[in-house]
Design a protein around this ligand. Structure first.
Ligand code: ADP
Ligand code: MG
Length: 399
């Protein structure tokens, strides 16, 4: 039956819209904090000595090495600038039916959480707070665009359902951030659709940006944090906020239906710093090992996908080797458009971690994805059902 499905893909059941698209990689250098500014030199006669510097709209220099990405944001870039760079295209991709993801990578303290959600105070405040992060801005735009689309077509009735979930992967265990009683959840794969999902995860229907920010606040307050010597408020878990958007378009003239489902994943990864810097031991060491395992697995996948992109030759991609990559499978190599924000600190003391983040970002830059619109037309589904019925009859006769 799966062969029938794939065999029909070119004939309208799935509309192949875009060929190869590359992963968008943006590097964000956060502004120095007070201590870092002091470290960098109070001597007014020379420029402050930071380890990494933006040299053009899309490049950075670090100790004589240059790196080029899709875009580079530095201390002068606002949350709104980051939204325009990666958030706006994500919303448009999503409304066009593509699975779309943004994930933030970088060492602890580099600005991942600030970028993805913004400070908690900004989420609690009204929607005009300039510090609010990408996620609330993405949903503001999504709901405004949905309204626009609904008002645009007099001959169609457009309905949208947005369902959100928020989970954490900590020590290779998945917990539901929207469920205050923490229990470990399992990843499952739907054999019929080959879709990966988390069993018993809370799903909330959202209609407004406020609904989303309330979920964010609830989820983030359930998030685990642990003190390490690298950062007293370090975040050692991966957080994934997902919204599944289902749109149904009914043609008012002929009554035909078309449904599209797309998924937004917003991922705040655990700190990428090497564990030796954190002087971890005991449970913390095990934890650090698991965090590093899933991140190094992400790095392995990126290497493999980059190799496939460059050579054009297919090879096995070990998505299941960690919870993070199993869950992000569709966002990494499958039917998805993705953006990666690699956050770095300007501090000299972070030089080697910053270099390692930039190298990771450079490898990610060479991945190409085959993004496909998830669209089903009613007549195609009916036609397929009929074909399946005929094939079953044929099989039955052959027995
Ligand atoms: P991470 O999630 O990578 O550990 P955070 O997002 O918690 O790092 O950022 C560390 C600190 O730096 C926080 O106090 C945060 O408010 C601040 N910060 C990070 N990026 C920015 C930025 N672009 N502008 C202002 N402050 C920032
Ligand atoms: Mg964080």
């Amino acid at each position: 039956l799966r062969a029938v499905w794939l065999g029909r893909a070119g004939s309208g059941l799935i509309d192949w819209c875009v060929g190869l698209v590359s992963l968008q990689v943006v590097v964000r250098i956060r502004p120095p904090c007070l201590v870092e500014e002091e470290e960098a030199g109070e001597d007014a006669s020379r420029a402050p000595d930071f380890c990494v510097r933006k040299t053009a709209t899309n490049s950075v220099a670090i100790h004589g090495q240059d790196f080029t990405f899709d875009a580079v944001a530095d201390a002068a870039s606002s949350q709104e600038d980051i939204f325009k760079l990666v958030g706006l295209p994500l919303v448009e991709n999503c409304l066009s039916g593509f699975n779309s993801s943004i994930f933030a990578y970088g060492q602890t303290g580099s600005g991942k959480t600030y970028t993805m959600w913004g400070p908690l105070s900004a989420l609690l405040e009204d929607s005009t707070c300039s510090e609010r992060g990408l996620t609330p801005r993405v949903f503001e735009q999504l709901f405004s665009r949905i309204k626009e689309e609904q008002g645009k077509h007099a001959d169609k009735e457009l309905t949208y359902h947005c369902v959100c979930s928020f989970l954490e992967i900590y020590n290779e265990q998945i917990t539901d951030l929207l469920d205050p009683s923490p229990k470990s959840l399992q990843i499952r794969e739907d054999v019929r659709t080959a879709c990966v999902y988390v069993e018993s995860l809370t799903k909330e229907l959202v209609f407004t940006t406020k609904d989303v920010t309330q979920l964010l606040v609830k989820g983030l307050s359930n998030r685990r944090t642990g003190a390490t010597s690298a950062n007293a408020d370090s975040s050692r878990s991966h957080c994934v906020f997902t919204c599944v958007i289902k749109s149904e378009s009914k043609n008012l003239e002929d009554g035909s239906n078309c449904t599209r489902t797309s998924r937004i994943n917003l991922v705040d990864l655990a700190g990428s710093e090497r564990q030796k810097l954190t002087h971890a031991f005991g449970d913390r060491l095990k934890e650090a090992g698991n965090i590093n395992r899933s991140l190094s697995q992400l790095g392995n996948l990126i290497n493999i996908l980059a190799e496939i992109s460059q050579s054009g030759k297919n090879r096995h991609v070990p998505y299941r080797d960690s919870k993070l990559t199993f869950l992000l499978q569709e966002s990494l190599g499958g039917n998805a458009k993705l953006a990666m924000i690699c956050a770095v600190s300007p501090s000299q003391s972070c030089k080697s971690e910053t270099l390692s983040t930039l190298r990771f970002a450079q490898r990610a830059k060479s991945i190409k994805n085959n993004a496909v619109v998830n669209e089903q037309k009613e007549e195609d589904v009916n036609m397929l059902r009929e074909q399946i019925r005929q094939l079953k009859d044929e099989l039955h006769r052959m027995k």
